[in-house]
Design a binder for this molecule. Structure first.
Ligand SMILES: Nc1ncnc2c1ncn2[C@@H]1O[C@H](COP(=O)(O)OP(=O)(O)O)[C@@H](O)[C@H]1O
Ligand SMILES: [Mg+2]
Length: 218
């Protein structure tokens, strides 16, 4: 079982959107996905409640003790992937989530404000020596996104798959679907399938404990 988290302090950068759609892309590729919602805004669990399908299973996590228990139970159960959504502020549970993650994904819109806002989460990830990568989200212009990506590369690895700004992603969330179910042949669906492929490959090629696991910058 591998644990992926979406972390960054900047609200609105796409943590919940990416959690949901990466999870559904993973499920459609055959993974057994558990979602953990650590954000009291509950974007992820409200989406799951709107959903007719019974999977992925989700759990609302209120504190560090519940997080530990949920991960222990998940490891004893039948899940292959746990994806954790986190709040957009610096609370102790985010540090615990990072500590337990095999891969921390840091979503960012291609804007200076978003990039500046991630300093504290990068410090936490590096302190825990976790593997991480940036994911550029809401990429609306290629030039802007490439520029942001170049700036981010100085800080750590950047996922080569960028997620475009697409209204269909909002419509899918409003109706309890993942984009890969809602618009199977759309561009966003292809982007999330590619993102899942990239993440899976990264998880399988990373030694997750100790120094060897640390990719990105030092
Ligand atoms: N790639 C995207 N295209 C269009 N809208 C997006 C995209 N990513 C996020 N959004 C929208 O931006 C808002 C904030 O996204 P959300 O995932 O809730 O961010 P966070 O969880 O980091 O606060 C939501 O209204 C969401 O629908
Ligand atoms: Mg959110």
């Amino acid at each position: 079982m591998k644990i992926i988290s979406f972390v960054t302090r900047k609200g609105g950068s796409g943590k919940s959107t990416l959690t949901i759609n990466l999870g559904i892309a993973a499920e459609l590729s055959g993974e057994r996905v558990l979602f953990l919602d650590c954000d009291e805004q509950n974007t992820l669990s409200k989406w799951a409640e709107r959903r007719e399908a019974e999977t992925p299973i989700f759990e609302i996590i209120a504190d560090q003790i519940q997080l530990k228990e949920a991960l222990k139970e998940a490891a004893e159960g039948d899940f292959s992937i746990v994806i954790i959504d986190t709040p957009g502020f610096n609370v102790p549970i985010v540090h615990d989530v990072i500590r337990h993650s095999d891969l921390c994904l840091v979503p960012t819109r291609p804007s200076t404000a978003d990039i500046e806002a991630m300093a504290s989460v990068l410090l936490a990830i590096k302190a825990e020596r976790r593997d991480f990568a940036f994911v550029v989200n809401q990429a609306s212009s290629v030039a802007r996104s490439m520029e942001a990506s170049a700036g981010l590369k100085a800080l750590g690895d950047v996922c080569p798959i960028m997620i475009g700004a697409r209204v269909a992603l909002q419509d899918a969330i409003d109706t309890g679907w993942g984009i890969s179910e809602f618009q199977q042949r759309g561009k966003a669906s292809r982007e999330f399938a590619a993102l899942w492929d990239w993440v899976k490959n990264r998880l399988n090629t990373t030694v997750t404990d100790g120094k060897l696991g640390l990719k990105g910058s030092s």
